[in-house]
Design a protein around this ligand. Structure first.
Ligand SMILES: Cc1cc2nc3c(=O)[nH]c(=O)nc-3n(C[C@H](O)[C@H](O)[C@H](O)COP(=O)(O)OP(=O)(O)OC[C@H]3O[C@@H](n4cnc5c(N)ncnc54)[C@H](O)[C@@H]3O)c2cc1C
Length: 551
């Protein structure tokens, strides 16, 4: 029916075919295997792990069993209240409930069946901890460190982070060492030793352990194998056509195909159609091309949340690349530290710079109907010499010469002229902001009021961990780009991870999980790890259901 003539032969037969080796795909493959299915996992790129491998590796699961162990309270009712608010009534409650029930189960399953052991991040608050049902810590968990030597010949096939790769530390260590506020005090000799030894952290550790679990099951992923289209017979997805080194594979999937191929942020056409100009600098590796989304569309999948992404303010160092594309670095912390502000072309602040990266971007999309132009773009991060004396700003390290690519000037007015900002506006904004900094209270945007803001602030900074004057020359400016750590729109799924047809029924034989699906969190972001937490939970459900029921 879909590009597959009856005369063509299947080259392989298995029970479940999983497309993609990120958090969703790997978890799905393990769950399907342990559910008694034969599994094949196809990965388009030459590395295992997708965006998950370059991520922070944090997983957000409310009511996880580790919270009680460290004295963090939670309840299903609180989690549901919080998620209702974060998702603004846009998500089917059946799916939210399924996530709350199956998330802890997924963690227990992985901890019982793999070497993964999650540690709750007691000091990492939800992204809106003060909202009803929000928590001050414990819902976000981390996977710790992983020794890549355990992967044997697969060691070099693990995707590495271009940013976190060289300093293997746990999130708990990073927090207690003051990775943002005291970057020069990190134990670099120890980190260097760990790196040489082959240890990885964050997403590399999460994926490393999941990959190890696959290999322990004698299940070797097929790298450089791109799924091209679904094979459909009598309205049921029965397999996949894929390409590997110029050879065509026609794989029959007796129990189901799981789409776990990530988002579409690197597909310029899909971005143009669904997101317009709101994502120009994706933070993920250039592998999220929307292949799975298009496959789902080809069999009539219903779509949801297509206009949303996991937004993230982004900075670019000219010349830095990753996998042949510009490396777009998400700014998770720079803008939260004292002595920094973000301003628009009029030199005005327009957002609490220290709020979470997803929500921070929303005012970037404001549109001025009279000027018929974005109100807050272009935008610039402005810092002063006090900032660079204490904190790392991308590649600018305290005590080292400031890199040439950062625009600097001896006065705010000269800086404004250099980058094209209204100089009077900038001077007035800084004067007002400096007053707030002296008092420790941001009357305009409440920066530093939420405990979330403090997590990325400087605890040693007097009255407010996030506020400090911009008063010492020189002054510096960096353009803030429109980034995303992934897209959030895609195929709608049901509570078993089955793809839902536009007609409302499941598409027989087809499952999906992760960023290829319609994002559970709608426009919101409840806490660190919510993208991978949801991806792994629905990957787990899909793999298990496919193995047991065959779609
Ligand atoms: C710097 C950074 C930090 C982040 N930190 C966190 C964090 O700490 N916690 C969190 O929750 N989220 C975090 N995120 C977001 C998170 O990493 C992603 O949302 C998540 O990993 C997506 O998982 P996935 O399994 O859907 O896709 P991916 O992990 O991207 O995996 C998809 C895989 O499918 C493969 N693929 C694509 N097309 C095909 C095809 N046709 N055939 C076969 N294979 C295919 C891709 O090559 C890729 O390997 C971060 C992101 C970034 C960029």
């Amino acid at each position: 029916m879909f590009g597959f003539g009856k005369a063509r032969k299947f080259t392989h037969t298995t029970d479940v075919v999983v497309l993609g080796s990120g958090g969703a795909g790997l978890t799905s493959a393990i769950a399907a295997h342990d559910g008694g299915a034969q599994v094949m996992l196809l990965e388009k790129s030459n590395r295992i792990g997708g965006t998950t491998a370059v991520s922070g590796g944090v997983v957000w699961i409310p009511c996880n069993s580790h919270m009680a162990e460290v004295g963090c309270e939670d309840s299903r009712a609180d989690a549901m209240t919080y998620l209702r608010r974060i998702t603004e009534g846009r998500t089917d409650e059946v799916l939210l409930e399924r996530f709350l029930d199956a998330g802890p189960e997924m963690l227990r399953f992985l901890e019982a069946k793999t070497s993964l052991r999650f540690a709750p991040l007691v000091k990492y608050p939800d992204y809106h901890p003060e909202l009803p049902g929000g928590k001050m810590g414990g819902r976000s968990l981390e996977p710790g460190l992983f020794d890549t030597n355990e992967l044997g010949t697969w060691k070099d096939k693990l995707r590495r982070s271009p940013v976190f790769g060289g300093t293997p530390m746990t999130v708990t260590e990073a927090t207690s060492w003051g990775v943002f506020s005291d970057p020069l005090k990190l134990p670099y000799a120890e980190l260097g030793k760990r790196y040489k030894q082959g240890l990885v952290c964050y997403g590399g550790s999460l994926v490393g352990r999941l990959l190890k679990a696959l290999l322990d099951r004698k299940l070797e992923p097929l790298l450089e194998t791109a799924a091209r289209e679904l094979i459909v017979e009598d309205g049921r997805v029965v397999g996949v056509r894929a390409e590997r080194a110029g050879t065509e594979l026609n794989i029959r999937a007796l129990r189901g195909v799981v789409l776990a191929s990530g988002g579409f942020e690197w597909n310029a056409e899909l971005v143009k159609q669904f997101l317009g100009d709101r994502v120009t600098h994706p933070n993920s590796p250039p592998i999220s091309d929307g292949d799975g989304l298009k496959m789902a569309m080809s069999v009539g999948a219903d779509l949801g949340n297509m206009g949303e992404a996991w937004w993230c303010p982004t900075v670019n160092v000219p010349g830095e690349t990753y996998d042949g594309q510009p490396l777009n670095r998400g700014d998770f912390s720079i803008r939260s530290l004292p002595h920094s502000i973000i301003v628009n072309g009029r030199g005005q602040r327009f957002v609490n710079e220290a709020c979470n990266y997803n929500d921070l971007m929303k005012p970037f999309f404001d549109f001025d109907p009279v000027a018929y132009a974005p109100r807050n773009r272009p935008a610039f991060l402005i810092v002063d010499a006090q900032y660079l004396a204490k904190y790392i700003m991308v590649t600018a390290v305290p005590g080292m010469p400031t890199p040439d690519w950062i625009v600097q000037a001896p006065t705010l007015t000269e800086l404004a002229l250099k980058v094209g900002i209204d100089a009077d506006g900038l001077e007035a904004t800084v004067k007002r902001f400096n007053g707030f900094s002296e008092e420790g209270v941001d009357l305009d945007f409440k920066r530093g009021l939420s405990s979330y803001d403090h997590f990325y602030g400087d605890p040693k900074n007097g009255k407010n961990p996030n506020l400090g004057t911009l008063s010492k020359a020189p002054f510096y400016a960096l353009p803030v780009q429109l980034g995303a750590i992934g897209t959030k729109g895609g195929a709608r799924i049901d509570e078993h991870g089955r793809v839902v047809h536009v007609g409302g029924r499941p598409v027989p034989g087809l499952y999906a999980a992760g960023n290829v699906t319609s994002g559970l969190m709608a426009a919101g972001y409840p806490g660190a790890g919510a993208t991978i937490g949801v991806a792994m939970t629905f990957g787990f459900l899909a793999g298990r259901h496919a193995a047991a029921n065959g779609g």
